[in-house]
Design a protein around this ligand. Structure first.
Ligand code: ASP
Length: 451
């Protein structure tokens, strides 16, 4: 039994939906279908979810919403017309979109989420209707009826563990069940969404709940590549990755799958495969608990920008009890998340995502470190990138980091920092952002083109 999730680009037009129907019809074990909202048809297009955000903004600022409603309804209408579906489904969707503008604005923490969720909710109704019209018994199931109960955290919901037992009851159905992705329902019956791109999370939750044999996540690429195709020309695709490798790669820029989507499938021990709706015969990338055979030491290379480093120096820092705690407390009080903390004898660097450090917070940190902790020097370094080489099998090979360092030195790339966790599943390098692409290419050449 398989749970299949389709992303927005797979559902953007009638032509794409035909591919979806063929994929489901070609394999009887594809019993649960999780859908995103219609995505972009081309680069100039707008995602339905983004159009819903615009609609929400017009509504709460009491502007005329007719144009926003019409755009969204027409988006569904064009798909419905091209697929030759009846007026009934169009009327249902039209009403649902218009009714959003009757919801209370005041004291409604879930209004934004309710608007956003309408993208997937209406699309699931459309897809179920289309399947039925094409002799595939199918039924739309609202997340409330599926049992997807979530925490009351608008825009950032998390699944409640009690959901899984209820989800298992879905297995009793003979029809293909079509479930909208991206949102659940709180115990108080409010629609609450996961973070953006969260339909992947729903797919993973459903797969864990029904104890699927496989979670198939269909996108518009042939799986995951060993490096970003925008940086390296025609990189190799990866046939198998472990959950840990995927997590490490996703951390630094591999965004094919939402990073929170790994957890439910991982805990439920459900293998996951990333496949291409436009090329469904390609085996894609399988994400497994453990590699099934021998693998190369470095399986993927990722890079991500917009990191900042707070570099702190104080003579005899290593002798001062509680110094690290006091530094982190300053960050905690300013509600700042940190990523890495490489240290020396008398210095400590704290690496953060750039968005965490607003100019006001930056000033506050410098002033508190100088006043309260009496540091000798504090410097803020911006425009840094993180490059990661990732592979579970690295721990069985000597000299991987040496090779990477040699590749950097040949290209005159200065290493600001290096860090390797005890699990040895990745090595992280911090460099200047202007050298990020050159660094990824140099590493790709070393680990994939010469071996
Ligand atoms: N439609 C939502 C978004 O654009 C969720 C998703 O596509 O997974 O973020």
């Amino acid at each position: 039994m398989k749970v299949v999730k389709f992303g927005g680009s797979s559902l953007a037009s009638a032509a794409q939906l035909e591919k979806v129907l063929n994929i489901i019809k070609s394999d009887d074990s594809r019993r649960f279908v999780v859908v995103s909202a219609p995505g972009k048809r081309d680069d100039q297009d707008i995602k339905v979810t983004d159009a819903l955000i615009k609609y929400y903004k017009s509504y709460i600022s009491e502007k005329d919403v007719t144009a926003d409603q019409t755009w969204i309804i027409n988006r569904y209408r064009s798909i419905i017309d091209e697929l030759g579906l009846g007026q009934g489904i169009l009327e249902k969707i039209t009403k649902a979109i218009i009714d959003l503008a009757n919801l209370p604005i005041d004291n409604n923490d879930f209004l934004y989420d309710t608007f956003l969720a309408a993208g997937e909710d209406n699309n699931a109704k459309l897809v179920a209707e289309y399947f039925r019209k094409n002799d595939l018994p199918a039924r739309y199931v609202h997340p409330k009826n599926a049992g997807i109960t979530v925490t009351s955290e608008p825009g950032n919901a998390r699944i409640l563990p009690s959901s899984y037992d209820k989800l298992e009851e879905l297995c009793d159905s003979d029809e293909v069940l079509v479930i909208p992705g991206f949102f659940g329902v709180t115990v108080d019956n409010q629609v609450c969404t996961f973070s953006r791109g969260g339909s992947d999370i729903t797919g993973s939750i459903v797969a864990a709940g029904v104890k699927a044999d496989l979670y198939e996540n269909f996108t518009d690429v042939d799986g995951i590549f060993a490096a970003h195709p925008g940086v390296v020309h025609k990189p190799q695709s990866i046939s198998e990755l472990t959950y840990r490798e995927m997590r490490e790669l996703a951390y630094a820029g591999f965004s094919v799958l939402h990073d929170e989507a790994l957890i439910p499938a991982y805990r439920g021990k459900i293998p996951l495969v990333i496949k291409n709706t436009n090329n469904p015969d390609h085996p894609g990338t399988k994400i497994v608990l453990k590699h099934t055979g021998a693998t190369i030491p470095v399986i993927g290379i990722s890079g991500d920008d917009d990191f900042v480093s707070i570099n702190i120096s104080k003579y005899l820092m290593n002798r001062e009890v509680g110094f690290g705690r006091k530094v982190l407390q300053i960050l905690e009080e300013l509600n700042i998340r940190w990523e890495h903390i490489p240290t020396g004898i008398d210095d400590m660097s704290i690496i953060l995502r750039g968005r965490e450090l607003t100019p006001i917070k930056e000033q506050e940190i410098i002033s508190q470190l100088t006043r309260k902790l009496e540091v000798d020097e504090v410097e803020i370094e911006r425009d840094l990138s993180i490059i990661m080489i990732v592979g579970e099998n690295m721990k069985n090979h000597i000299g991987v980091t040496a090779k990477a360092a040699e590749a950097f030195s040949k290209k005159h790339i200065n290493l600001e920092m290096i860090s390797q966790g005890s699990s040895e599943v990745s090595v992280m390098f911090v460099i200047k952002t202007e050298q990020e692409k050159a660094a990824v290419r140099a590493l790709y050449q070393t680990f994939f083109e010469t071996e």
